[in-house]
Design a protein around this ligand. Structure first.
Ligand code: P6P
Length: 335
Protein backbone atom coordinates (compact mmCIF):
# COMPACT_ATOMS: atom_id res chain seq x y z
CA UNK A 1 0.00 0.00 0.00
CA UNK A 2 1.13 3.60 -0.61
CA UNK A 3 2.90 5.12 2.44
CA UNK A 4 0.70 7.78 4.12
CA UNK A 5 1.22 10.99 2.13
CA UNK A 6 3.64 13.08 4.25
CA UNK A 7 2.57 16.70 3.96
CA UNK A 8 5.95 18.43 3.79
CA UNK A 9 4.48 21.88 4.26
CA UNK A 10 2.87 21.60 7.69
CA UNK A 11 2.64 25.15 9.08
CA UNK A 12 2.08 25.51 12.80
CA UNK A 13 0.41 28.57 14.34
CA UNK A 14 3.76 29.30 15.99
CA UNK A 15 5.50 29.49 12.59
CA UNK A 16 2.56 31.45 11.13
CA UNK A 17 2.86 34.07 13.90
CA UNK A 18 6.61 34.38 13.41
CA UNK A 19 6.13 34.89 9.65
CA UNK A 20 3.44 37.49 10.38
CA UNK A 21 5.74 39.31 12.78
CA UNK A 22 8.64 39.63 10.31
CA UNK A 23 6.24 41.30 7.85
CA UNK A 24 6.09 44.24 10.28
CA UNK A 25 9.66 45.47 10.74
CA UNK A 26 8.57 47.79 13.56
CA UNK A 27 7.18 44.83 15.50
CA UNK A 28 8.65 44.38 18.98
CA UNK A 29 7.42 40.80 19.27
CA UNK A 30 4.97 41.71 22.06
CA UNK A 31 1.94 40.92 19.90
CA UNK A 32 3.46 37.56 18.94
CA UNK A 33 4.02 36.74 22.61
CA UNK A 34 0.41 37.75 23.35
CA UNK A 35 -0.80 35.38 20.62
CA UNK A 36 1.31 32.58 22.10
CA UNK A 37 -0.42 33.18 25.44
CA UNK A 38 -3.79 33.10 23.66
CA UNK A 39 -3.04 29.79 21.94
CA UNK A 40 -1.77 28.32 25.21
CA UNK A 41 -5.08 29.19 26.91
CA UNK A 42 -7.03 27.55 24.06
CA UNK A 43 -4.93 24.37 24.41
CA UNK A 44 -5.61 24.29 28.15
CA UNK A 45 -9.36 24.85 27.70
CA UNK A 46 -9.49 22.18 24.97
CA UNK A 47 -7.86 19.76 27.42
CA UNK A 48 -10.42 20.45 30.16
CA UNK A 49 -13.39 20.25 27.78
CA UNK A 50 -12.20 16.93 26.38
CA UNK A 51 -12.09 15.54 29.93
CA UNK A 52 -15.08 17.48 31.32
CA UNK A 53 -17.63 14.67 30.99
CA UNK A 54 -15.08 12.14 32.26
CA UNK A 55 -14.35 13.98 35.48
CA UNK A 56 -17.87 15.36 35.72
CA UNK A 57 -16.63 18.96 35.42
CA UNK A 58 -19.87 19.89 33.75
CA UNK A 59 -21.83 20.22 36.98
CA UNK A 60 -22.80 23.61 38.36
CA UNK A 61 -20.17 25.53 40.32
CA UNK A 62 -22.80 27.15 42.53
CA UNK A 63 -21.83 30.72 41.54
CA UNK A 64 -23.37 32.87 38.78
CA UNK A 65 -21.95 35.40 36.27
CA UNK A 66 -22.92 38.94 35.16
CA UNK A 67 -26.12 37.82 33.49
CA UNK A 68 -27.01 35.52 36.37
CA UNK A 69 -26.53 32.36 34.31
CA UNK A 70 -25.74 29.38 36.51
CA UNK A 71 -21.99 29.03 36.04
CA UNK A 72 -20.81 25.56 35.14
CA UNK A 73 -17.47 24.48 36.59
CA UNK A 74 -15.90 24.65 33.14
CA UNK A 75 -16.91 28.33 32.82
CA UNK A 76 -15.12 29.10 36.05
CA UNK A 77 -12.01 27.05 35.29
CA UNK A 78 -11.71 28.42 31.73
CA UNK A 79 -12.21 31.98 32.91
CA UNK A 80 -9.64 31.61 35.69
CA UNK A 81 -7.01 30.02 33.42
CA UNK A 82 -7.61 32.59 30.68
CA UNK A 83 -7.09 35.45 33.17
CA UNK A 84 -3.98 33.76 34.61
CA UNK A 85 -2.47 33.17 31.14
CA UNK A 86 -3.14 36.76 30.04
CA UNK A 87 -1.67 38.09 33.28
CA UNK A 88 1.47 35.93 33.12
CA UNK A 89 2.11 36.98 29.49
CA UNK A 90 2.95 40.45 30.81
CA UNK A 91 1.62 41.87 27.52
CA UNK A 92 -1.98 42.54 28.52
CA UNK A 93 -2.86 45.78 30.30
CA UNK A 94 -6.59 45.08 30.79
CA UNK A 95 -9.02 42.25 30.16
CA UNK A 96 -12.81 42.10 29.72
CA UNK A 97 -14.37 38.68 30.23
CA UNK A 98 -18.03 37.67 29.89
CA UNK A 99 -17.61 36.04 33.28
CA UNK A 100 -16.33 39.20 35.01
CA UNK A 101 -18.64 42.09 35.91
CA UNK A 102 -15.76 44.63 35.95
CA UNK A 103 -12.68 45.20 33.80
CA UNK A 104 -9.61 43.35 35.09
CA UNK A 105 -6.53 45.63 35.15
CA UNK A 106 -3.07 44.02 35.23
CA UNK A 107 -1.32 46.91 36.99
CA UNK A 108 2.00 45.10 37.27
CA UNK A 109 2.18 44.73 33.47
CA UNK A 110 3.94 48.10 33.22
CA UNK A 111 4.78 48.21 29.49
CA UNK A 112 1.79 46.14 28.33
CA UNK A 113 0.20 47.71 25.24
CA UNK A 114 -2.83 45.43 24.64
CA UNK A 115 -6.43 45.13 25.83
CA UNK A 116 -8.20 41.76 25.41
CA UNK A 117 -11.94 41.00 25.34
CA UNK A 118 -13.05 37.41 25.61
CA UNK A 119 -15.87 34.99 26.23
CA UNK A 120 -13.95 32.01 27.63
CA UNK A 121 -16.73 29.45 27.01
CA UNK A 122 -19.39 30.87 24.73
CA UNK A 123 -22.45 28.65 24.45
CA UNK A 124 -21.66 27.00 27.78
CA UNK A 125 -25.36 26.26 28.42
CA UNK A 126 -24.92 23.52 25.78
CA UNK A 127 -21.91 21.93 27.47
CA UNK A 128 -23.69 19.04 29.19
CA UNK A 129 -25.34 18.17 25.86
CA UNK A 130 -21.94 17.71 24.23
CA UNK A 131 -22.58 20.56 21.79
CA UNK A 132 -19.48 22.38 20.49
CA UNK A 133 -18.73 25.49 22.53
CA UNK A 134 -15.91 27.97 22.05
CA UNK A 135 -13.73 30.85 23.15
CA UNK A 136 -14.24 34.15 21.31
CA UNK A 137 -11.56 36.87 21.59
CA UNK A 138 -10.65 40.33 20.37
CA UNK A 139 -7.38 42.25 20.81
CA UNK A 140 -7.18 46.09 20.93
CA UNK A 141 -4.01 48.17 21.21
CA UNK A 142 -3.83 50.87 23.92
CA UNK A 143 -3.91 54.46 22.70
CA UNK A 144 -0.48 56.13 22.58
CA UNK A 145 0.48 57.22 26.08
CA UNK A 146 -2.47 55.45 27.69
CA UNK A 147 -1.79 53.57 30.93
CA UNK A 148 -4.73 51.25 30.21
CA UNK A 149 -8.27 52.45 30.86
CA UNK A 150 -11.78 51.26 29.96
CA UNK A 151 -11.72 53.67 26.97
CA UNK A 152 -8.97 51.52 25.43
CA UNK A 153 -11.48 48.72 24.91
CA UNK A 154 -14.75 50.63 24.42
CA UNK A 155 -13.82 51.17 20.75
CA UNK A 156 -15.37 50.21 17.40
CA UNK A 157 -14.41 46.83 15.95
CA UNK A 158 -12.70 48.64 13.05
CA UNK A 159 -9.84 49.26 15.48
CA UNK A 160 -9.40 45.60 16.47
CA UNK A 161 -5.83 44.41 15.91
CA UNK A 162 -6.83 40.74 15.89
CA UNK A 163 -9.94 38.68 16.55
CA UNK A 164 -11.19 35.15 16.26
CA UNK A 165 -12.46 32.13 18.08
CA UNK A 166 -11.61 28.54 18.99
CA UNK A 167 -14.38 25.98 18.62
CA UNK A 168 -13.98 22.90 20.84
CA UNK A 169 -15.62 20.24 18.69
CA UNK A 170 -14.37 16.88 17.39
CA UNK A 171 -11.02 18.70 17.41
CA UNK A 172 -10.19 22.23 18.51
CA UNK A 173 -10.53 24.60 15.53
CA UNK A 174 -8.92 28.03 15.86
CA UNK A 175 -9.97 30.79 13.44
CA UNK A 176 -7.92 34.00 13.63
CA UNK A 177 -7.65 37.20 11.60
CA UNK A 178 -5.47 40.30 11.93
CA UNK A 179 -6.41 43.88 11.00
CA UNK A 180 -6.64 44.11 7.20
CA UNK A 181 -5.56 40.50 6.89
CA UNK A 182 -6.96 37.18 5.77
CA UNK A 183 -8.80 34.61 7.89
CA UNK A 184 -6.87 31.46 8.73
CA UNK A 185 -8.09 28.23 10.34
CA UNK A 186 -5.93 25.95 12.46
CA UNK A 187 -6.66 22.48 13.85
CA UNK A 188 -5.16 21.39 17.18
CA UNK A 189 -3.13 18.22 16.78
CA UNK A 190 -3.52 16.77 20.26
CA UNK A 191 -0.51 14.51 19.73
CA UNK A 192 1.86 17.37 18.88
CA UNK A 193 0.05 19.94 21.04
CA UNK A 194 0.31 22.32 18.05
CA UNK A 195 -2.31 24.20 16.04
CA UNK A 196 -1.78 23.21 12.38
CA UNK A 197 -2.83 25.47 9.47
CA UNK A 198 -5.63 23.50 7.81
CA UNK A 199 -7.85 26.28 6.35
CA UNK A 200 -5.61 28.99 4.82
CA UNK A 201 -7.25 32.22 3.60
CA UNK A 202 -10.89 31.24 4.39
CA UNK A 203 -13.48 32.87 2.12
CA UNK A 204 -17.25 32.73 2.60
CA UNK A 205 -19.26 31.68 -0.48
CA UNK A 206 -20.89 34.85 -1.89
CA UNK A 207 -24.35 33.36 -1.27
CA UNK A 208 -25.85 30.15 0.15
CA UNK A 209 -29.46 29.16 0.89
CA UNK A 210 -28.93 28.39 4.58
CA UNK A 211 -30.30 30.55 7.41
CA UNK A 212 -29.44 30.20 11.09
CA UNK A 213 -31.71 31.89 13.66
CA UNK A 214 -33.71 30.92 16.74
CA UNK A 215 -37.23 30.73 15.23
CA UNK A 216 -38.53 30.44 18.80
CA UNK A 217 -38.13 34.23 19.02
CA UNK A 218 -40.23 34.98 15.91
CA UNK A 219 -43.17 36.08 18.08
CA UNK A 220 -40.97 39.03 19.23
CA UNK A 221 -39.42 39.94 15.85
CA UNK A 222 -40.01 43.30 14.15
CA UNK A 223 -42.26 43.06 11.09
CA UNK A 224 -39.43 43.52 8.57
CA UNK A 225 -37.45 40.73 10.23
CA UNK A 226 -40.50 38.46 10.01
CA UNK A 227 -40.98 39.41 6.35
CA UNK A 228 -37.31 38.68 5.61
CA UNK A 229 -37.28 35.20 7.17
CA UNK A 230 -40.69 34.35 5.66
CA UNK A 231 -39.28 35.24 2.22
CA UNK A 232 -36.57 32.58 2.70
CA UNK A 233 -39.29 29.95 3.20
CA UNK A 234 -40.77 30.67 -0.22
CA UNK A 235 -39.58 28.84 -3.34
CA UNK A 236 -36.50 30.75 -4.51
CA UNK A 237 -35.41 31.18 -8.16
CA UNK A 238 -34.36 27.53 -8.17
CA UNK A 239 -37.81 26.51 -6.94
CA UNK A 240 -36.55 25.54 -3.48
CA UNK A 241 -36.76 27.32 -0.08
CA UNK A 242 -33.73 27.91 2.19
CA UNK A 243 -32.50 25.24 4.58
CA UNK A 244 -32.47 25.99 8.34
CA UNK A 245 -29.51 25.17 10.59
CA UNK A 246 -29.36 26.40 14.21
CA UNK A 247 -27.15 24.94 16.94
CA UNK A 248 -27.57 27.63 19.58
CA UNK A 249 -23.82 27.92 20.15
CA UNK A 250 -22.48 30.99 18.36
CA UNK A 251 -19.04 29.61 17.52
CA UNK A 252 -20.57 26.44 16.03
CA UNK A 253 -23.15 28.37 13.97
CA UNK A 254 -20.46 30.87 12.95
CA UNK A 255 -17.95 28.21 11.93
CA UNK A 256 -20.51 26.41 9.75
CA UNK A 257 -21.59 29.70 8.16
CA UNK A 258 -17.94 30.62 7.49
CA UNK A 259 -17.33 27.29 5.75
CA UNK A 260 -20.65 26.71 3.93
CA UNK A 261 -22.00 30.26 3.59
CA UNK A 262 -25.50 31.46 4.41
CA UNK A 263 -26.60 33.81 7.19
CA UNK A 264 -26.48 33.72 11.00
CA UNK A 265 -28.74 36.13 12.86
CA UNK A 266 -29.63 37.06 16.38
CA UNK A 267 -31.96 40.03 15.74
CA UNK A 268 -32.79 42.58 18.40
CA UNK A 269 -36.47 42.02 19.16
CA UNK A 270 -39.30 43.16 21.45
CA UNK A 271 -38.01 40.81 24.18
CA UNK A 272 -34.38 41.99 23.85
CA UNK A 273 -34.51 45.50 22.29
CA UNK A 274 -30.69 45.79 22.40
CA UNK A 275 -30.28 42.22 21.16
CA UNK A 276 -28.84 39.32 23.16
CA UNK A 277 -25.26 38.92 21.93
CA UNK A 278 -22.49 41.08 23.41
CA UNK A 279 -20.59 43.54 21.26
CA UNK A 280 -17.08 43.27 22.71
CA UNK A 281 -16.61 39.51 22.83
CA UNK A 282 -19.23 38.06 20.47
CA UNK A 283 -20.46 40.49 17.75
CA UNK A 284 -17.34 42.57 16.99
CA UNK A 285 -14.77 39.71 16.83
CA UNK A 286 -17.14 37.64 14.66
CA UNK A 287 -17.84 40.68 12.44
CA UNK A 288 -14.10 41.16 11.83
CA UNK A 289 -13.69 37.48 10.90
CA UNK A 290 -16.70 37.56 8.57
CA UNK A 291 -15.66 40.81 6.84
CA UNK A 292 -12.06 39.62 6.36
CA UNK A 293 -13.48 36.40 4.86
CA UNK A 294 -15.44 38.43 2.26
CA UNK A 295 -18.77 38.47 4.10
CA UNK A 296 -20.65 41.18 5.99
CA UNK A 297 -21.93 41.80 9.52
CA UNK A 298 -24.58 44.39 10.43
CA UNK A 299 -26.71 45.23 13.47
CA UNK A 300 -30.50 45.42 13.55
CA UNK A 301 -30.41 48.93 12.05
CA UNK A 302 -28.34 47.56 9.14
CA UNK A 303 -25.31 49.57 10.36
CA UNK A 304 -21.88 47.99 9.81
CA UNK A 305 -21.25 45.99 13.02
CA UNK A 306 -17.56 46.98 13.15
CA UNK A 307 -18.47 50.68 13.39
CA UNK A 308 -20.66 50.23 16.49
CA UNK A 309 -19.13 51.65 19.69
CA UNK A 310 -20.20 49.75 22.84
CA UNK A 311 -21.62 51.96 25.62
CA UNK A 312 -20.33 49.63 28.36
CA UNK A 313 -18.23 46.48 28.47
CA UNK A 314 -21.22 44.07 28.43
CA UNK A 315 -23.24 46.08 25.89
CA UNK A 316 -25.34 44.04 23.46
CA UNK A 317 -26.43 44.32 19.83
CA UNK A 318 -28.62 42.60 17.27
CA UNK A 319 -26.51 40.94 14.55
CA UNK A 320 -26.87 39.55 11.04
CA UNK A 321 -23.63 38.10 9.63
CA UNK A 322 -22.79 35.86 6.68
CA UNK A 323 -22.39 35.68 2.93
CA UNK A 324 -22.15 39.06 1.20
CA UNK A 325 -25.27 38.59 -0.94
CA UNK A 326 -27.32 37.20 1.97
CA UNK A 327 -26.73 40.37 3.99
CA UNK A 328 -27.67 42.47 0.95
CA UNK A 329 -30.96 40.54 0.94
CA UNK A 330 -31.56 41.39 4.64
CA UNK A 331 -30.85 45.07 3.88
CA UNK A 332 -33.49 45.01 1.10
CA UNK A 333 -36.11 44.34 3.80
CA UNK A 334 -34.92 47.29 5.87
CA UNK A 335 -35.30 50.09 3.32
P1 P6P B 1 -30.70 31.35 22.19
C1 P6P B 1 -25.20 30.96 23.95
O1 P6P B 1 -25.85 31.14 25.20
C2 P6P B 1 -25.26 32.28 23.21
O2 P6P B 1 -24.65 33.30 23.95
C3 P6P B 1 -24.59 32.13 21.84
O3 P6P B 1 -23.52 31.27 21.87
C4 P6P B 1 -25.73 31.62 20.98
O4 P6P B 1 -25.61 32.01 19.63
C5 P6P B 1 -26.96 32.27 21.60
O5 P6P B 1 -26.61 32.62 22.95
C6 P6P B 1 -28.14 31.32 21.62
O6 P6P B 1 -29.24 32.03 22.18
O7 P6P B 1 -31.60 32.44 22.75
O8 P6P B 1 -31.04 31.02 20.75
O9 P6P B 1 -30.59 30.13 23.06
Amino acid sequence: AMPEQINVDIKTLTRFLTEEQVKHKEATGDFTLLCHALQFSFKQIAYYIRRATLVNLTGLAGSSNTTGDDQKKLDVISNDLFIATMRSSGKVSLLVSEEEEEVIYFKDAKDARYAVACDPIDGSSNLDAGVSVGTIFGVHKLAEGSTGTKEDILKPGTELLAAGFTMYGASAQLVITMKGGSVNGFTLDNGLGEFILTHPDMKLPKSRAIYSVNEGNSLYWEDNVKAYFNSLKEAQANGKPYSARYIGSMVADAYRTLLYGGIFAYPADKKSPKGKLRILYECAPMAMVFENAGGQAVNSKMQRMLEIVPEHIHDRSGIFMGSYDEIEKVKSFHK
